[in-house]
Ligand binder design. Sequence first.
Ligand code: NI
Length: 519
Amino acid sequence: MAKIIIDPVTRIEGHLKIEAVVEGKEVKEAKSSGTLFRGIELILRDRDPRDAQRITQRICGVCPTSHSMAAALSLDSAFEVDDKIPDNGRIIRNLILGAAHVADHILHFYHLAALDYVDVARIAEYEGDIPALSSIRNFIKRGKLEPFVPRYEGDYRLSHKVNEQATAHYVQAFDMRRKGQEMLSIFGGKMPHNVGIIPGGVTSIPTVDKITSFLWRLKEIQNFVDNVYIPDVLAIAQAYPDYFGVGSGCRNLLSYGAYELDGKEPDLIKRKRLFKSGTTSASLNFTKLKPQRVAEEVKHSWYADSISQRHPSQGDVILDEKKDGAYSWIKSPRYEGKVHEAGPLARLMVTYASGKPEVRSLVDSSLAELKLGTDNMFSVLGRHLARALETKLIADCMANWLLELKPNEPAYTSYELPQEAMGMGLTEAARGALGHWINIKEGKIANYQVITPTSWNASPRDDREQLGPIEQAITGTKIKDEANPFEIVRIVRSFDPCLACAVHLISPKGNDLGAYRIY
Ligand code: NI
């Protein structure tokens, strides 16, 4: 029996520890721990409700845009303007969120996950003719491999030519991410922590100049997604078909839905959205979301048992950092008491299960090209494929939404600050379902709760001892070499976890985490 401790898992956002007990070259037991504490809910108490819009974005420098959207939706509902946002405001919010998601997915694939399959070190052995690679090649020839090492050594299977092209795309992807952030800033002012999305709408009105500035950047990104990103994911898919059967996880998928297509319906669940709110599983039956059935459990988290199994509108943060059996600062959100995975796979397959024709044809045609079935989507490469396909969906929709904007017309509606109110904001971060809940008393924030997608995916065992999605995805994995567990990090990275969102601030010392190995 061997115990593998990966702490922290690198090339993800934040600090995640994975412990895996391996017997007979197979993971028998897995634990996923968030090793930092997030106290943002405590910081928000007794503040002006509008502060939530600014402060919750500071939870994370990677996903602030999604927090700004969830906060705006939650405040819209508390301020009773959720059915009064002008179409311009609704569409600009979609464009800001979409620009963030597209840039995030390109970042995740090229700069975090693809290096598990692309061997940058190997480009020194092959004299290709891609000028963008000459300086990287010269560095590598001189033995300067950072930042690509240290790493767990994978089984690199791509041909020299595909490997070299993918490395060139790694460089090109930086430019695409910049373009995405510029798009976001055209309407959002800046990235990170945009100042565009506010309760009631957005802070800028559309102009022809802004629309064209957004559009030419978007066209470049659409071109990159269609001709580079999706083909690269398919090339890796063809070289690693076994990873369509690895890391399947809990097979329950949850999506809150995102991208408002109709601003006149106050109920978020009834509202028309690009990605549907609901749940599905391997059977691909679609079930509508019932937000009151979300609860957080804390039996194995460093929080007092008295706050377990509460709906987030009643949630609390009471620490118990010495609790027996606890191993994470992440709580365990559960839906109807069951473990659910959030993320692009969930969004895409929940929307697929709901029967949306453009999503069904996109997924079915990609799977047909790979000679795979929908069951293969529940896997490491299924998650990467879902992320790439939804990047295309979002980018293509943004091009249409831009044309729906009405230049120089309002994008904001005013509101009265209530003395007493409750609000709920459900949307999707790049990494999955994101919820904000606010309770206002005497004009101040009495309680604010955030459940991030990584809380769903990286959650520890719950009150019923059910393993979290990442823990389930790792359990049963075959490991070739316990000293080089590249299989585990491939699974973890396919979820694109963001631990800054799930947890925050610093942990007390004292838990024996073993030696740090930064791979
Ligand atoms: Ni984040």
